[in-house]
Write a protein that binds this ligand. Structure first.
Ligand code: DO4
Ligand code: MG
Length: 300
């Protein structure tokens, strides 16, 4: 099953189930379920998956409101109905250098070997990435911090964890990063990774029963500058050097991770320096089944 969250002026947030090009409104007939987080809480109490619980809620309900997906896939504007992040992730954590390409290109650029070492070791690179106020959903802005001149898109596959660390859904993520800060000194990593507008994710949250092989997802990243597509490349999650249970093993070690946390799994698509983000660019990250996450770039 595929979930979105939306904002409806005058009503607030709601949850939708995506079927083809249609969004079925779950909240209208279940007003206590305003977010996927609410759904997760109920599902956990009754020991069901969110997909099974939603099936039960929709079953036999003939009075469902439906919207065309395109109607909701709009720029966030308080006056119109639009998609928002597919879950309110209380925390976002990132993993890095999980693809060979990411390791080798970063080392060439920085003339250091720390990335190769991380790629080869059991303990992955993990970093705190964001909180809801630092994140955008579909069509929301992603930002270049005011003290960076080389900030780049990192197109990534992400998973969301439930109460016991189990994966409850998958999504796409842009781990926007100020590469110039990171390359100046690795101890600036936090400042490269975490600031206002540093992360976008969505558009949907797809459950494991529908996305059955998360290690075979083709992720494409396109950069639109002006009217022109200036970059279009793909990577496949089959190229990931680490498995999600291995990442979770380190992430959850002595570290309380709240339910609904988004974990972003590293980029396999390295953007050339000359195509680092510029104000007005549109960055599109897409994958079959999950949809297209499109975000405009804003200079802070
Ligand atoms: O080591 C720096 C960050 C790596 C990262 O974010 C990635 O590989 O995606
Ligand atoms: Mg990254």
């Amino acid at each position: 099953m595929k979930f979105v969250q939306y904002y409806d002026p005058g009503k607030g947030t709601g949850v939708g189930v995506v079927e083809g090009n249609t969004v079925i409104d779950l909240t209208e007939n279940n007003p206590d379920v305003e977010t996927v987080n609410d759904l997760l809480q109920v599902a956990s109490a009754v020991r069901m998956s969110i997909a099974d619980l939603t099936d039960r809620m929709l079953d036999g309900d003939d009075e469902l409101t439906e919207y065309p997906y395109d109607l909701l896939d709009k720029e966030p504007d308080g006056g119109v109905m639009h998609l928002i992040m597919p879950i309110i992730a209380p925390e976002v954590w990132g993993f890095g250098v999980t693809y060979k390409r990411s390791a080798s290109i970063r080392d060439v650029d920085s003339a250091r070997t720390i990335y190769d070492q991380i790629y080869e070791s059991d303990r992955p690179e993990a970093f705190f990435k964001a909180t809801p106020s630092r994140c955008s959903g579909p069509n929301g802005p992603i930002c270049i911090r005011s003290d960076s001149t080389l900030t780049a898109t990192e197109a990534e596959f992400g998973y969301v964890v439930g109460d016991d660390g189990e994966i409850i859904g998958y999504t796409l993520c842009n781990d926007v990063s100020a590469w110039d800060l990171e390359r100046e000194n690795p101890l600036y990593l936090n400042q490269s990774k975490t600031y206002f507008g540093c992360c976008a994710f969505g558009p949907t949250l797809i459950t494991p029963d529908e996305l059955t092989d998360p290690y075979d997802v083709e992720i494409t990243c396109e950069i639109i500058r002006g009217e022109t597509s200036v970059f279009n490349e793909s990577a496949n999650t089959s190229q990931l050097a680490k498995r999600f249970d291995q990442l979770n093993d380190y992430l959850f070690r002595d570290n309380p991770i709240p339910t609904g946390t988004l974990v972003t799994t590293g980029t396999g698509i390295m953007i050339p320096n000359e195509l680092s983000m510029m104000e007005g660019d549109i960055i599109k990250i897409s994958a079959d089944g999950i949809g297209m996450l499109s975000n405009p770039v804003q200079q802070l």
